[in-house]
Write a protein that binds this ligand. Structure first.
Ligand SMILES: [Zn+2]
Length: 785
């Protein structure tokens, strides 16, 4: 019969208290089993220990530690833990990825930048080029303008800039050459290569170490796993053996084992996480190394690109420098040209200035010379003029005092001789007159004789008798105007005789006529007579003075009164009268006086007794003083002109103007008032028109073949007996009248007489009808004003 034993497993606490046989037997069995289990465990441990000790000592030897006798399981575990800890510490004390990157960065930064200096130089060159451009612009602007100085200045500035630029460029080029040389230096490449190798080596080393670590960990883990597996198997065996032990013991032992396993698992998981962490770190480090390598490659590429750029820049800079040098050369040439031009311009300016100064000096000299020459010429002219004047004065006085006077005296003597002859003729005539008176008829007009005046012709003038009744009495005051016109005997024979002398021209005394009109103031028209009387009144004393020539010379005005002029045919026959005016210079009256005296003597001859005998001498006589007077006065005195004059010979149909004397034998004026000439021209034209109207040739305008004894104007009246206005001087029967007819006088037209084949003549007005001081060059001498 099988023995029944208590069930295995934990027993009650009092189980050993039951001191029964079976109970004791069971307890004994159990104690044997437990002892055997323990012995087995001890045996396992003892059997595994050398392997664990060997593994752990290997790590210790690798870490430089002495091998140990790891007798206990705990000691072994402790060693495992320690070695793991030491490994981790060693890894941690090694280079981290961050540190590695930093290291490389620092190493890169520590590498010197070889292009810093070049960059500065390049900047300098750029600035120089900019300033050069600016300067060139300034120069161009100055060249466009005209400021020579500004241009020169700008050129200088530009040149300086160019020189600076050239220097800077040279420096840069030099530096660039150096840089290029340095870039081509193999040492640098070697350095770079070394650096690269170093970096690569560092990467490889890190990688290797990491790989080693990984392998080690793998081995360890593998070993640990193997250990764990063995432990587990042992534990399972133990469990199987424990089936014989009590449940309690078994469970406790199981519990302890389970705790151990849990602890080991926890340790294992920790170790594996550590390994994983290490692995990750290794991977990161590897990546970092790779990225560093890439960076290194990029840096290298950049450096190579920079090398290339530097080489290109060097060549382009050389070109630029060449261009600048060329430009500088051109500008230098230009500057030299400009400087030469400037010098030329300055020289030209200097020359011009000199010329200007010379011209100025010449001009002022010339002006001075001209002024002096003009002054000298003026002085010479003045001297000449004075000399001439003096000479003329001398001539004048000499002539006056000597030659002329003596000549005049000689002529006067001749005239006196003639007068004596005339006296005898006159006596004869008087005798004839006496006879004629007895048988005088109206048709036989009395030719005035000088018989009554012969006795009154001494060498010196005598007191003037009054002719009032005889000459100038108005028709009302005379017994009968018509009777007288017909030559009635109502007048006394003496008066009749005097009538021949009504004209002052016939008077041998220049002053007589004036006196006549002066006396007849109350009876004659107020205008002309009044003025004549006034003139006569002023120089009065000279007329009453018997000293004749002397007196006349002393009183200039007297010689030019109307009466005196009228009595001087010689003077009036020439232009010499022009300057002889009442206010003329001193020598004039002297001459006038002389002429007058001479003419006074010649008067009777002109009066009609024997004109032919005197006419021969008169032209010569008239010519001499005329030219003399004209010559001297034209030069000396600028006497006031009497008005416009003209030459009768310039008329379309020339006529002659009687200055003094009768129609047939009177003297002719060479220059006549232009007004008179105009009027005469007009009249002649009208008469020519009438001649044409009468179907006659206009050449017959003066009706030269007419038997009528009258002027042309009266001939055209076509009446047999013209109604003569009342007058005291005109004898219609006189074939050789001396004065214009009263019809023409009243009409204010020239009294023109035809003379057969000879040129027609214009008669002057009777003295009383003339304007005061009139001469042939006055309008009032021929035309009643
Ligand atoms: Zn007339």
């Amino acid at each position: 019969m099988p023995q029944k034993l208590p069930a295995l497993g934990p027993r009650a606490a009092n189980a050993f208290g039951q001191r029964t046989g079976p109970a004791l037997a069971a307890e004994h069995q159990k104690s044997i089993i437990a002892a055997e289990v323990l012995e087995m465990e001890e045996l396992i441990l003892q059997g595994n220990r050398p392997y664990v000790e060997d593994v752990l000592n290997q790590d210790r030897i690798a870490a430089g530690l002495p091998a140990q006798n790891l007798i206990g399981k705990l000691e072994a575990l402790q060693e495992v833990s320690r070695s793991q800890k030491a490994k981790i510490q060693a890894l941690q004390s090694g280079m981290t990825a961050e540190e590695t990157r930093k290291f490389f960065q620092e190493a890169l930064e520590a590498m010197p930048n070889p292009f810093a200096a070049e960059a500065g130089l390049l900047k300098g060159v750029k600035e120089s080029v900019d300033s050069l451009d600016k300067s060139y612009g300034t120069l161009a602007a100055a060249g466009a303008g005209d400021g020579g100085a500004a241009m020169a200045e700008a050129a200088n500035v530009l040149l300086k800039g160019l020189e600076d630029t050239t220097k800077a460029t040279d420096r840069l080029q030099k530096k660039l050459a150096e840089v290029v040389d340095a870039a081509e230096n193999p040492a640098r490449d070697a350095e770079l290569l070394a650096l690269k190798e170093r970096i690569e080596a560092a990467g490889a080393y890190t990688k290797e170490r990491l790989q080693e670590q990984k392998e080690k960990h793998d081995t360890e883990v593998k070993h640990m796993k193997a250990l764990y597996g063995a432990d587990m198997r042992h534990i399972r065996d133990l469990h199987a053996a424990d089936a014989r032990t009590t449940a309690a013991e078994a469970s406790s032992a199981q519990k302890r084992l389970q705790d151990k396993v849990a602890d080991l698992e926890a340790r294992l998981s920790y170790e594996s996480s550590t390994v994983q962490k290490n692995e990750r770190q290794c991977r990161e480090a590897l990546q970092t190394a790779n990225s560093l390598q890439e960076e290194l490659g990029r840096t290298r590429a950049t450096i190579e690109a920079q090398n290339l750029t530097i080489a290109e820049n060097a060549s382009s800079r050389e070109t630029l420098v060449g261009n600048y040098r060329e430009a500088i050369g051109v500008l230098r040439v230009r500057r030299v040209e400009k400087v030469a031009e400037l010098k030329l311009a300055e020289a030209a300016l200097e020359k011009l200035r000199k010329e200007q100064d010379e011209l100025r000096a010449n001009y002022s000299n010339a002006l001075r010379e001209k002024e002096e020459t003009a002054k000298k010429a003026l002085e010479a002219m003045k001297g000449e003029f004075e000399k001439e004047l003096e000479k003329l004065r001398g001539q004048l006085s000499a002539a006056d005092q000597n030659t002329e006077v003596s000549r005049f005296r000689g002529e006067l003597e001749a005239v006196r001789r003639d007068k004596t002859q005339l006296n005898s003729e006159k006596a004869e005539l008087e005798r004839e007159l006496t006879e004629l008176r007895a048988e005088r008829t109206r048709e036989m007009p009395l030719r005035p004789t000088l018989s009554s005046r012969e006795q009154q012709l001494p060498a010196t003038p005598l007191p003037v008798p009054s002719f009032t009744n005889a000459l100038m009495g108005p028709p009302e005051s005379t017994p009968s105007g018509s009777g007288r016109r017909k030559g009635s005997n109502l007048e006394s024979p003496k008066d009749k005789l005097f009538k021949g002398y009504t004209s002052p021209y016939t008077s041998p005394y220049g002053s007589r006529a004036v006196s006549v009109f002066e006396d007849s103031d109350e009876e004659t028209p107020a205008g002309p007579v009044g003025s004549a009387g006034g003139l006569a009144a002023t120089p009065g004393p000279s007329f009453s003075s018997p000293s004749s020539a002397g007196g006349l010379a002393a009183t200039p005005g007297s010689a030019f009164s109307a009466g005196s002029l009228a009595a001087t045919p010689g003077i009036s026959s020439a232009g010499g009268l022009i300057p002889i005016l009442p206010r003329a210079a001193a020598p004039v009256p002297v001459l006038g006086g002389a002429s007058l005296r001479l003419l006074a003597a010649a008067g009777p001859v002109l009066g009609g007794v024997s004109p032919s005998s005197v006419s021969g001498s008169l032209p010569g006589f008239a010519a001499a003083p005329t030219s003399f007077l004209a010559g001297s006065f034209a030069a000396i005195a600028a006497a006031p002109a009497p008005g416009l004059v003209g030459s009768p010979y310039m008329m379309p149909t020339p006529v002659e103007f009687v200055a003094a004397g009768s129609l047939k034998s009177g003297n002719i004026a060479v220059s006549v008032s232009a007004g008179v000439i105009d009027l005469t021209n007009t009249k002649i034209a009208a008469w020519k028109a009438r001649a044409r109207g009468n179907h006659n040739s206009e050449e017959l305008w003066a009706q030269p073949n007419s038997k009528k004894n009258c002027c042309v104007a009266v001939k055209y009246m076509k009446v047999k007996e013209p109604d003569w206005p009342p007058n005291t001087y005109y004898n219609p029967a006189d074939t050789d009248p001396e004065f214009a007819c009263p019809i023409c006088l009243n009409r204010g037209s020239p009294c023109v007489w035809s003379r057969g084949d000879s040129i027609p003549r214009v008669l002057p007005l009777p003295p009383y009808a003339r304007t005061a001081g009139a001469n042939p060059q006055s309008m009032g001498y021929y035309i009643a004003q």
